[in-house]
Design a protein around this ligand. Structure first.
Ligand SMILES: [Zn+2]
Ligand SMILES: [Zn+2]
Length: 263
């Protein structure tokens, strides 16, 4: 059987073989970039041979998964464990036996929820193992190139999963860009944000942009709308796209102050 192909620049997986030399639709979108030396492709089999997955405990109920060496945009996935089932937040391209064993040892995965298209990657392979739904906001449907039977498109501003864990559509970077809010992971609540908010290396600022690699800003009214929406979400902790992007206290104030600088 022919392996589905994976873009080495962004990690997106495609059902149908793309002609050699052709470009990845996610990379040519103005939110990403085609590498200077051109597009190249791999597949899950090759990734399993050349890469491993590093699992790190972030706190008692939160685990991080990252590929080593770094692959594509350097994405990390996060697992939230709860007594009523675990949520995998975002996907990395490689799913291998040790990772599957680890996830099973933590009680498996009850749902996969995705922040935005830069994390769709091999989501259908992940979901096949755990036979659970994948939640993607309906506004980003056009970016699902690898359609699978378990994909649940949700709409509106919020979707509760269970135990008051909510998906919240924020928009901005992508119309469907969403965050996961978990009220009980920290004193005042935790959000997992992908790159809906881009936490700076100083951990003292967060950017919000249409494209981070191409430095394309959002319209001012979008920033203002998001700043207003955040006011109603209770949180003190935030975990972002990259492994260093963790803020354990005062996260809401930080986001609000950061968005205030755009005005
Ligand atoms: Zn790509
Ligand atoms: Zn992104």
């Amino acid at each position: 059987m022919k392996q589905k192909i994976i873009c080495t620049a962004c990690g997106t997986q495609y059902q149908q073989p793309i002609e050699t030399g052709s470009v990845c639709p996610i990379c040519i979108d103005e939110r990403q970039a085609v590498p200077e030396n051109g597009q190249s492709w791999t597949n899950l089999q090759k990734l399993s041979n050349d890469y491993s997955v590093i699992v790190k405990k972030v706190n008692d109920n939160l685990y991080e998964f990252k590929m080593a060496p770094a692959f594509a945009i350097g994405q990390r996935a996060l697992l939230v464990t709860t007594p009523n089932g675990n949520i995998l937040w975002d996907c990395i391209a490689l799913i291998n036996e040790p990772t599957i064993e680890f996830l099973k040892s933590k009680g498996g995965v009850k749902a996969i929820a995705l922040s935005h298209p830069h994390y769709y990657t091999t989501m259908n392979e992940w979901v096949e193992i755990f036979d659970c739904p994948i939640y993607i906001h309906q506004k980003d449907e056009q970016w699902i190139f690898n359609k699978g039977g378990q994909i649940n498109l949700w709409d509106g501003t919020e979707k509760e999963l269970w135990d008051s864990i909510r998906l919240i559509n924020i928009g901005g970077h992508f119309p469907g860009s969403s965050i996961l809010h978990i009220p009980f992971l920290s004193n005042e609540g935790t959000i997992l944000c992908g790159d809906t908010f881009y936490i700076s290396p100083s951990l003292k600022h967060a950017a919000i942009m249409y494209s981070y690699p191409n430095r394309i800003p959002l319209p001012l009214q979008e920033v203002q709308r998001i700043k207003k929406q955040i006011r109603n979400i209770r949180f003190d902790t935030i975990h972002g796209f990259y492994d260093y992007q963790n803020i354990y206290s005062g996260a809401k104030q930080l986001i609000q102050d950061s968005l205030g600088k755009y005005v």
